[in-house]
Design a protein around this ligand. Structure first.
Ligand SMILES: [Ca+2]
Length: 554
């Protein structure tokens, strides 16, 4: 049946997009630095300082079909300021990257990975004003232990209660060799201490803070990240990669900076997000934590993304935005390296590395910076109308990008399922008429198009609680010359599905009907919405509403 109306059937331009329906203000929030939520309650608040979310209009498609953020939180690029090749003792002749900014007692300490003749080590540049920088040369050296014999990079630091600084850095005994000597897995977590961020640093090889472990999401790599203290516990947002080299951020915990760290059994964000490195900022205005990280694209790191949460232990993959990519970086169009952030007055400075131009190269990167006007304004975590993005599937194309994940071809380079089917309702001669307001494209739900193990699913930017009642409406059609099909629609709350079966065999051929899924949920967690087929014959899905949350009666 898929031959009757394939996605190649017409040359419908991909830029015909139905603006996703978002609650309230979102429909008019197009621009930069407009508060996303406050204007709804404060007329004229558009002049309020700060940076707000704007909707993504041109989602990027990735080879593996992963979902793309629905929002941007645009930084204003300040350009490149620390060019590789100018450090003392030829410490950074081929690279200056992995910029980690620290502000301590009036001085900015910029740690960056310099690539010189011997390989990659962390180097130091200092500044009092972020304008004039003094390059001090290598901060660390290779070895003497085997675990950092080939590279000693990317250090995050924190001061303990006795004013001793602790450093956690990435070491590896392996590189690609040759001239470039690019560090390769395993990326290991190593420890050092000093009385000053400027060093000298004393390496502490025992105990090892944490290590990779077979059979886990950190089987390939487990390397350091941003550290902060909550109560008497230190939390580290460490980097992980699994056996399929799927990368993400998770949380390591310890009460003793000289001891071992315990890694959370599940990652803070799904491995399918493809993220490296972390830098955390707390926004007091909205009592919200922001995790800045590096998104890895098809060829190279391609953007700085930020995730936000009110609860450091609970992160939602839908609560994310693009901060800097080739569209708003002034000098690097395809490759943007890892971010770190520091607050300076009413701005948040975002440091990053990039190769410039259209390069996607690992080498010849330099360091740039960008700014975000504070405060950062994001979604209301208690919203009662949760936006479903692209709910009418008006995004034709072979690999649509956008918010839907596992859309027929999830992780196709890894697990190689079938192509997705997103077809034209009338032009494809499947129906005489469209759903009113649903546009001309719909998704097919069948065992061929969206089977139970590859459902059509969307993360939603809402954490819900036991006792809440969730409602969504959507339209299903039985096309001409088809028996109709059977399928399942479900809410997913923290991995628990609340399903209902749906059946279009009882509809008249060439007709549409509205369905409502309502569930009172019994657990708490991140919310997502999904659909999958249970018969080979398809149901056509269109015009999915926002999800309404009715909180449990007090
Ligand atoms: Ca549609």
């Amino acid at each position: 049946m898929h031959t009757m109306a394939t996605h190649n059937q017409t040359a419908e331009p991909r830029n015909i997009r139905h603006m996703p329906k978002v609650f309230g203000l979102a429909m008019v929030v197009i621009g930069i630095s407009i508060p996303f939520t406050s204007a709804a309650t404060k007329p004229g608040a558009a002049s309020t300082p700060g940076t707000g979310l704007v909707l993504v209009e041109n989602p990027v498609s990735y080879a593996d079909g992963r979902p793309y953020p629905s929002y941007r939180l645009n930084a204003v690029d300040q350009g490149m300021f620390l060019e590789y090749g100018k450090g003392p003792n030829e410490c950074d002749t081929m690279n200056a990257r992995e910029a980690l900014i620290n502000y301590v007692d009036g001085t900015y300490y910029l740690y960056y990975d310099g690539a010189g003749a011997k390989g990659w080590v962390s180097c130091l540049a200092v500044s009092k004003d972020l304008k004039t920088w003094e390059r001090k040369g290598p901060l660390l050296d290779f070895g003497p232990g085997g675990s950092d014999s080939a590279a000693a990079c990317s250090p995050w630091i924190i001061k303990d209660d006795n004013n001793l600084w602790h450093m956690y850095y990435l070491g590896t005994p392996n590189t690609t060799g040759g001239v470039d000597k690019i560090p390769i897995a395993p990326y290991l977590a190593l420890h050092a201490t000093s009385t000053s961020p400027a060093g000298p640093w004393t390496k502490r090889y025992n105990p090892v803070p944490f290590s990779t472990k077979d059979g886990t999401y950190y089987s390939m790599s487990a390397y350091p990240g941003h550290i902060l203290k909550q109560g008497n516990e230190y939390m580290m947002f460490f980097g992980a990669a699994d056996a399929k080299v799927r990368r993400t951020i998770s949380i390591a915990r310890t009460k003793d900076l000289n001891g071992e760290w315990t890694l959370d059994p599940t990652p803070a964000l799904p491995v399918t997000e493809n993220l490296e490195n972390s830098s955390v900022y707390y926004e007091p205005t909205g009592k919200t934590w922001f995790l800045f990280t590096n998104h890895i694209g098809d060829l190279c790191p391609d953007a700085i993304w930020v995730y936000w949460t009110k609860n450091l232990n609970v992160w939602n993959p839908a609560c994310k935005a693009i901060v800097l990519d080739g569209s708003n970086c002034t000098w690097s169009h395809k490759c943007i390296g890892m971010p770190s952030v520091v607050q300076v007055g009413d701005k948040l400075y975002v440091f990053y590395d990039a190769p410039g131009g259209d390069s996607t190269n690992e080498m010849r990167r330099s360091v740039g910076k960008a700014t975000l006007q504070l405060p950062l304004n994001v979604l209301d975590p208690g919203m009662l109308q949760v936006p479903v993005m692209n709910g009418s599937f008006e995004t034709p194309g072979k690999s649509p990008g956008g918010p839907w994940a596992k859309f027929g071809s999830p992780w196709s380079t890894i697990e190689a399922p079938t192509n997705f089917q997103q077809l034209q309702v009338v032009t494809g001669d499947a129906f005489t008429g469209t759903v009113d307001g649903g546009g001309n494209w719909a998704a097919l739900i069948s065992t061929d198009d969206a089977p139970a193990d590859h459902p059509l699913t969307q993360y939603l930017p809402r954490n819900v609680s036991a006792g809440d009642t969730l409602t969504v409406t959507f339209w299903l059609g039985r096309q001409k010359v088809s028996p109709g099909g059977q399928a399942v629609a479900y809410f997913d709350v923290g991995g628990t599905q609340y399903p209902t079966t749906i059946d279009t065999t009882s509809l008249a051929a060439d007709s549409w009907k509205s369905y409502t899924l309502t569930k009172e949920i019994a657990n708490s967690g991140n919310l997502s919405l999904g659909f999958y087929g249970t018969t080979k014959a398809a149901s056509w899905l269109d015009k999915i509403s926002d999800v309404t949350v009715k909180p449990k009666a007090p």
